[in-house]
Design a protein around this ligand. Structure first.
Ligand SMILES: CC(C)(COP(=O)(O)OP(=O)(O)OC[C@H]1O[C@@H](n2cnc3c(N)ncnc32)[C@H](O)[C@@H]1OP(=O)(O)O)[C@@H](O)C(=O)NCCC(=O)NCCS
Length: 177
């Protein structure tokens, strides 16, 4: 099994979209309305990721790392500067998804390490992540990695609002790897 962790390139859009769509279905069914889950299509997501990869490459605003096993993308992490400055965290991880069959094998931690290293390189020393209320596996994972609960807010997905819970790391130098 050859495991590689690297920065995403344009040809990864398809693999990332697959992980994104599959993980959404296995993680959010029952938490997010079925109509929305059933309306997510690979082709749309592939286009979206292709645009985002291009944006990251051109602007260097943000990062996107993929983890692959024998050339198949099995997980990714995205992020950059915080999208919302009402919370006192400079950096943010905006997406972290691992295919179900590769969860609990250390990929999440490795991708988070890559994200933290990149943020530290950019002079960013604190970070937040927002997780859907009820996504208890992700909550346990963030708590295991030393995140502290910072509050909740509402996010719109499709045409409905959902509660998301913020986790924060005040000092990324001390991030437990
Ligand atoms: C949440 C997620 C990113 C975690 O990644 P992962 O690869 O499964 O987790 P890892 O194997 O790297 O686990 C790292 C540590 O967290 C712990 N952990 C992970 N999931 C856990 C859980 N559900 N309960 C308790 N501990 C957990 C592991 O035991 C491990 O601890 P250790 O290093 O001390 O042994 C991944 O499971 C995933 O993609 N889930 C579906 C999508 C999702 O919810 N994404 C987050 C959106 S906000």
């Amino acid at each position: 099994m050859q495991i590689i962790l690297r920065e995403a390139t344009a040809s990864d859009a398809r693999g990332i979209a697959r992980v994104h769509v599959e993980s959404w279905k296995t993680t959010y069914r029952g938490l997010i309305a079925d109509e929305y889950i059933d309306s997510i299509f690979y082709a749309d997501r592939e286009q979206l990721w292709a645009k985002l990869i291009n944006f990251y490459e051109e602007t260097k605003q943000g990062f996107l790392f993929v983890a692959s096993v024998d050339d198949e993308i099995v997980g990714f992490v995205s992020g950059g500067r915080s999208r919302d400055d009402s919370w006192e965290f400079e950096g943010e991880v905006t997406g972290l998804y691992i295919l179900k069959q590769y969860q609990r094998m250390g990929f999440g931690r490795r991708l988070m390490n890559a994200a933290v290293s990149r943020l530290l390189e950019a002079g960013v020393s604190s970070m937040s992540i927002w997780v859907l209320e009820g996504n208890d596996n992700a909550i346990k994972f963030y708590e295991r990695l030393g995140g502290r609960r910072i509050g909740t807010t509402q996010r719109k997905v499709g045409n409905k609002f959902y509660t998301v819970i913020g986790y924060g790391w005040d000092d990324l130098q001390a991030f437990s790897r």
